[in-house]
Structures are given as C-alpha cells and as structure tokens.
Design a protein around this ligand. Structure first.
Ligand code: HEM
Length: 195
C-alpha cells in the first residue's frame, strides 16, 4: 500500500480537502445515477481500440463494468480512509495481474473526468458545476496516483520475493541498472523528433 507518509504530500499537491469529500457526498444522490452511463461509454470507447482487446475480453466486460461502478460509488462517498487505500491496492494488484498499462488507466480516468464535467455543466450552474467537478477531479486524481504508486511498489515487491533478495539490495541493483539505461539513452542521438 502507498506509504502513509506520502499521503499528506499527495493531498497537498492535489489540493484535496475535507470540503471536497463533503461536497461529493452532498451531491452523491444526483451524480450516482450517472455512473452507469459513464462505465458503459468508457467500456465502449476502450473496446473500440484494438490495443485494449487483451485487457477487456468479452467474458469479463460485465464484471469489470460492475467493478468500475462500485469504485465510482465509493469515490462519491468522499472518504479517503483505510478501505479506500485497500481498494486501490487491490486494483493495482489486479492491473498488474492482467498487465493493464498505467497509461491506459490514466487516460481512462481523464475520459471519465471529462464526462463528469460535461454532465455537471449540463445539470448545474457553472459555479456549482466547477466546484463539484474540482472535488471529483481531485479525488479521482488521487485514485489514479494511488493505483500507479501501488502498481510500481507491488511489482517491485513481487520481483524482490521471486528473486529472494532484500529490498535494500534490490534497490542498489536497480540503481546500477538504471544508470546503465541512462548512459545508453544518452549515447543514442535521435535521428528525428518523435511525432
Ligand atoms: C479509471 C481507471 C480505472 C479504475 C478506477 C479501475 C478500477 C478497477 C477496479 C475497481 C477493479 C476491480 C477490483 C476488485 O475486484 O475489487 C479493476 C479490475 C480490473 N481492471 Fe480496472 N480500472 C481502471 C482502468 C482500467 C483499464 C483502462 C482497463 C483495461 C483496458 C482495466 C482493466 C481491468 C481488469 C482486466 C481488471 C481485473 C478484472 C477481474 O478479472 O477481476 N481497468 N479495475
């Protein structure tokens, strides 16, 4: 799980406060029913991309949609507690298991936030919609940060256990290898700028 000592920094950078949690909980009855529309749209958008086929096999889609919906409803409770952290650790483990790239997860989160903003602007006054969207964005950005952090930490932990080496030794081995990769990167001059 994400180290407890990182949480204050994540919250501070995101600007996430108790007020955001309260605002989400206050609007939960109105925005909860949007969840099904969001997960259906997200699944359809992902399904349309050949790159995601392996991660969303047809026999799993309904289960994944239900899992996303449960997560959405939990987010709307606006509580960042032990249960919230444990859920995100589990998501990271499942995403590692099925090799879901973090880039896809971040992009899906962004799409979900965009849909939430569109619905909010259609439903509430601009000021109200922006305040609600900001609360939603902060807490779902925290979700994405936790999934990505836990993904890295748990993948590393699994490798440490498999290799049977202590974390400190694994850390030193990684530092050496990363330096090699940095040197290789430095040695290669791009022939043209990437598109
Ligand atoms: C908005 C970003 C995402 C969130 C919040 C999220 C959330 C979740 C949740 C809550 C679960 C289930 C945890 C449980 O069983 O308790 C899960 C599992 C899973 N997710 Fe994601 N996910 C996201 C993005 C994605 C993307 C982009 C893909 C693939 C294209 C994906 C593929 C999967 C898969 C394959 C599982 C395992 C399902 C199973 O077999 O149980 N997720 N995710």
């Amino acid at each position: 799980m994400v180290r407890g000592d990182l949480m204050p920094a994540l919250r501070a950078l995101l600007g996430l406060t108790e007020e955001d949690g309260k605002r989400l909980a206050e609007y939960a009855d109105v925005v909860r029913p949007w969840g099904e529309t969001f997960v259906d749209a997200l699944c359809e958008q992902l399904q349309a991309l050949p790159e995601t086929e392996a991660f969303l096999p047809p026999e799993k889609r309904e289960r994944i949609k239900q899992a996303w919906l449960n997560w959405y409803n939990q987010v709307l409770e606006g509580r960042v507690d032990e249960a919230f952290l444990r859920l995100h650790e589990r998501i990271s483990l499942l995403h590692i298991k099925y090799h879901v790239p973090n880039g896809l997860m971040f992009s899906a989160m962004s799409r979900l936030q965009q849909m939430f903003l569109e619905h909010s602007l259609r439903t509430f006054s601009t000021d109200e919609a922006l305040a609600l969207y900001t609360a939603f964005k902060r807490i779902t950005d925290l979700s994405a940060a936790l999934i990505a952090e836990d993904y890295f930490r748990n993948a590393l932990l699994a490798m440490e256990r498999l290799a049977g080496v202590r974390a400190s030794l694994m850390g030193r081995m990684l530092d050496l290898e990363i330096q090699r990769l940095l040197d290789e990167h430095q040695a290669v001059q791009p022939s043209s700028a990437a598109a």
